[in-house]
Design a protein around this ligand. Sequence first.
Ligand SMILES: *Cc1c(COP(=O)(O)O)cnc(C)c1O
Ligand code: SF4
Length: 343
Amino acid sequence: MAIESIEALRKKIDLTAEEEGWNPDGPDTLPLLISDHIAQMLAIPAVRRQFVPSEKENQDTVGSPDPQEEAKHQGTERLVHRYRNRAAFLTTDRCFAYCRHCFRRRFSGSLTGPADEKAIRDAALYVRNHSGIREVLLTGGDMFTLSDSRIDMLLGIFKEECPDVILRLCTRAPAVFPERFTPSLMEIIKKHSHGAPFYLMTQFNHPAELSEDSARAVAAFVDMGIPAMNQSVLLKGVNDDEATLIELSDKLLMNRIKPYYLFQDDPVKGTAHLRVSIERGLEIERNIRKELSGLGMPQYTADLPDGGGKVQLTYSYFRGRVPGEKERYLFETPDGEERYYPE
Ligand SMILES: *Cc1c(COP(=O)(O)O)cnc(C)c1O
Ligand code: SF4
């Protein structure tokens, strides 16, 4: 049984005072829900921190409920159109487990429920009428909390209205509910695998989350020809050290998942206790780049407040023109040496 209350959680683990102090009806939080799969892993501190709520969520004084201003960029009721060439469709507010760091907590678990046929068709028609949109993110919440028949309808409508648009299947389910990917669900996905490709977008934040069952769930997509990409969030006490991130990257690559983004946890109210400073994040980025191949290196990325959009955060090896010279630039090597580069 999934864990949905503090009482149920107490039977599973000894709660700390901070965890006991969490108020489900307090400000800036989201529901408690821990899937069976994750409940088996709560002895791992990095997993516990991501799913067991803390009173610090209620006490956060920085950040805003919606720093990305998604509510202001609505194409349709559930379609966020913030970038000209891509849009995000909020398929449902539900997830199999709620991540305490969720940046979309204004929406996730808000009881708005799954998108109905009209909401899906409105969004697909909007995409069709905005020919600049080349990719749609099917997200939420988690699209795989939808029933098989709703997923069939969702993919069917998008494939019918905009067959040339890439669909990103964004989901945390391989990490938190891998048993969701039954043969019948995979058949439905296969049925709609025509026209522009699907991409599977996973979220694994720590190597321990990539269990055998999780790896098998992702493999079912990759075997079908659907590339898998991972988006991690940099989280204090979870993965804010170089060794953990390197191990995560290695494990992802070995399972045919490309590390795509490492997100700076957005200044969303209720998540400050899980955030790593950008200064430390940049140091981590520089250090892991020395150890990882280009294939294994995720892009460290921040989503700027007031709807500014995503920007890459990276240490700059470019020092500019050599002072007093027009023909040469100065660079720093990853090992800290200097090199000149001719014009
Ligand atoms: C992040 C995001 C995207 C996708 O951005 P990429 O950089 O292409 O991964 C699209 N729409 C919204 C609203 C987003 O937040
Ligand atoms: S699965 Fe995604 S949408 Fe759901 S709580 Fe986690 S981060 Fe938020």
